[in-house]
Design a protein. Structure first.
Length: 198
């Protein structure tokens, strides 16, 4: 293992205290949250472009087509789309939107339309999820909730865990569908005795 230049000692790991865990305090020892500017930069993966949607309503047709519920809140906190290009024309092929309550967000989607496009659905869903988590973290969101929607492999890949409905903040409760996953700042430190935020 390499040694540091300062005194030749190895760096000691930073440990969270029980107070940090009980308070849901800062994610000790984890990388700092990305800036909002860097978290919302457009991305390209295997010829598919991913970028924030300036108007979430652009994604509404995809949600209606896939029969996935649109957020109940008037304001969508974040929205990402996946675009393909052919013949100089871009087409929205997938989207994910999220509503927010304090330090919590509820993800709707991702929804993917693959009619005629060689789009790998699970990987597109993974790229949208990664982008949304970066964006949410940069906005100060600590906990992100999502319904399974048959995407269990995606949620588990990113560290989401199954949680009971009682963990949802009251403002985000009552969303349709069954089952609930949650992600907490890249950390698996959870206690279900925490009070959900109002």
């Amino acid at each position: 293992m390499g040694r540091s230049r300062a005194g030749g000692r190895r760096a000691r790991p930073v440990r969270a205290t029980s107070a940090d865990v009980a308070d849901g305090g800062p994610a000790v020892g984890l990388a700092p949250a990305p800036s909002l500017a860097s978290a919302t930069l457009p991305r390209v993966w295997q010829g598919i472009g991913y970028r924030p949607l300036p108007d979430a309503a652009v994604a509404r047709a995809l949600f209606d087509f896939a029969a996935v519920p649109w957020p109940a809140a008037r304001d969508v906190a974040l929205a990402w789309g996946a675009w393909t290009a052919s013949g100089g024309t871009e087409r929205l092929v997938a989207a994910l939107v999220a509503e927010r309550s304090g330090a919590a967000a509820f993800v709707h989607g991702p929804v993917i339309a693959t009619d005629g496009d060689p789009v790998p659905p699970l990987e597109v869903a993974a790229q949208l999820t990664a982008a949304a988590l970066d964006h949410a973290t940069a906005l100060g969101v600590v906990t992100v909730y999502a319904r399974p929607q048959g995407l269990d492999r995606i949620w588990v890949r990113f560290g989401f865990i199954p949680v009971p409905e009682s963990t949802l903040p009251a403002v985000l409760a009552g969303r349709p569908d069954a089952g609930l996953y949650a992600w907490r700042g890249g950390s698996a430190l959870w206690t279900l005795r925490e009070r959900a935020e109002a």
